[in-house]
Design a protein around this ligand. Structure first.
Ligand SMILES: Nc1ncnc2c1ncn2[C@@H]1O[C@H](COP(=O)(O)OP(=O)(O)OP(=O)(O)O)[C@@H](O)[C@H]1O
Ligand SMILES: [Mg+2]
Length: 386
């Protein structure tokens, strides 16, 4: 069972210094508001994904007081226990020598590594009250969901996504140059191919993921609701308006499909100075009995669908990667009813590491707490309650 067995924070958020042993099983992190509970989950999320769970820039990670030091930095170090080994993962955000930009460095066992090498050493799934935005919010939230999940189980996905995003930036600035007649349009040919190649892999993996997610959700969702609604997720890739989206061609033909769409749209892309086709415009739709939950779902339906997506994410990672993700539950128990609470707790496998934050231990059954490690958080310090 992969878990984070030790965490060391230096100048991370409101933790000036922290050394913390994290046992296997359930850990309940109890504390008043604004003491550092979510910050600790954020640190674990960064160890797993190199990215903030809040989408916060690296500068925000650094303790405010550290900015009075000559070279401000935040450091997160974790000892990850894997089946037959332990791995030291380190993520540092530091203000550069020139005092301005913040750069991020990652190490594994003391050696500098790239994000793709770090992501997935330990895997996490975060549950938070904001999860409802997965359903109620815009497509960017749903793409982020797909990205975090796929990147943790497939380094090639993360690599393709990184390359794709780089191509997109280059291509968009070239499109604007062409529009302003400062570049020739045939210079776009190279970037079109790059976009199609990396984009095809991303789309293919997302398609595959959504297929499995649908199967998982078909089992998970009914258990969350008393109604007999069936939740279905449908991939909505953006391949230009002129092309049918269903069925998507297999990976081998996908990049040609994207390329054709891109070339057909070139005049419009040049006019708008933006790339209009590709996985950066993807979405997926959530429906129950044909009703789009994003537009028409009740708050309760949206919340349930979001929870189903999250539980499916955990199961997806387990199936694809073979190891259990660490579950991070931020403040979610208090807002769930008894049925959904049971369902979340039922998803926890024995020995699986779970970190649950709460302000109030009364949110839990005493028998549940009997099997948990309880930690108290106060102003950036953590003590073991028992
Ligand atoms: N870079 C930073 N440096 C110092 N303190 C910070 C930094 N970023 C955030 N904080 C502080 O961390 C505090 C607690 O954050 P956190 O979100 O972890 O609280 P919490 O325990 O989860 O509270 P709640 O129960 O309200 O969710 C914030 O009030 C903020 O003042
Ligand atoms: Mg919080």
């Amino acid at each position: 069972m992969v878990r984070c067995e030790h965490l060391e924070l230096r100048n991370f958020r409101n933790y000036a210094r922290l050394e913390l042993d994290l046992p296997a099983g359930v850990i309940v992190l109890q504390g008043e508001n604004a003491q550092g509970k979510t910050n600790l989950l954020e640190a674990l999320h960064i160890v797993a994904t190199t990215r903030s769970s809040r989408g916060a820039p690296e500068r925000d990670w650094i303790h405010w007081l550290a900015f009075e030091e000559p070279l401000p930095f935040a450091r997160i170090g974790a000892r990850v226990r894997r089946a037959n080994s332990t791995v030291l993962v380190e993520v540092v955000a530091a203000v550069g020598e020139n005092g301005t930009g913040v750069t991020k460095r990652m190490k594994i066992n003391g050696a500098l590594r790239r994000a793709v090498d770090v992501v997935g050493q330990v895997k996490v799934v975060l549950f938070s009250p904001q999860d409802i935005d997965l359903v109620a919010g815009g497509p960017a939230q749903r793409r982020r969901y797909l990205n975090i999940m796929n990147a943790q189980v497939d380094p090639k996905y993360l690599r393709a996504l990184q390359l794709y995003e780089r191509v997109l930036l280059q291509r968009n600035s070239l499109l604007r140059l062409v529009r302003d007649r400062q570049a020739r349009s045939d210079q776009l040919d190279y970037w079109d191919k790059q976009l199609a190649e990396h984009g095809a892999y991303v789309i293919d993996r997302r398609r595959e993921a959504l297929q499995l997610l649908n199967e998982l959700i078909a089992e998970i969702h009914p258990a969350l609701t008393a109604d007999r609604e069936r939740l279905v997720v449908t991939y909505r890739p953006n391949l230009g308006n002129d092309l049918p989206v269903e069925p998507l061609p297999p990976l081998a033909e996908l990049s040609a499909t994207i390329l054709a769409a891109v070339q057909a749209l070139r005049p419009r892309e040049v006019a708008q100075g933006a790339s209009l086709v590709g996985p950066h415009r993807d979405d997926f739709q959530l429906t129950t009995d044909g009703t789009d939950l994003t537009a028409f779902g009740s708050r309760g339906q949206q919340r349930t669908a979001a929870l189903a997506l999250k539980l499916a994410e955990a199961e997806f990672i387990r199936r694809r990667a073979g190891d259990q993700p660490v579950l991070l539950l931020d403040d979610v128990m208090s807002e769930l009813d008894a049925r959904r609470r049971r369902q979340v707790l039922a998803a926890i496998r024995s020995e699986q590491q779970v970190v649950i934050t709460t302000t109030d231990l009364d949110d839990f059954e005493p028998t549940f707490l009997d099997h948990a490690t309880i930690l108290r958080v106060k102003a950036g310090r953590i003590e073991r309650a028992r």
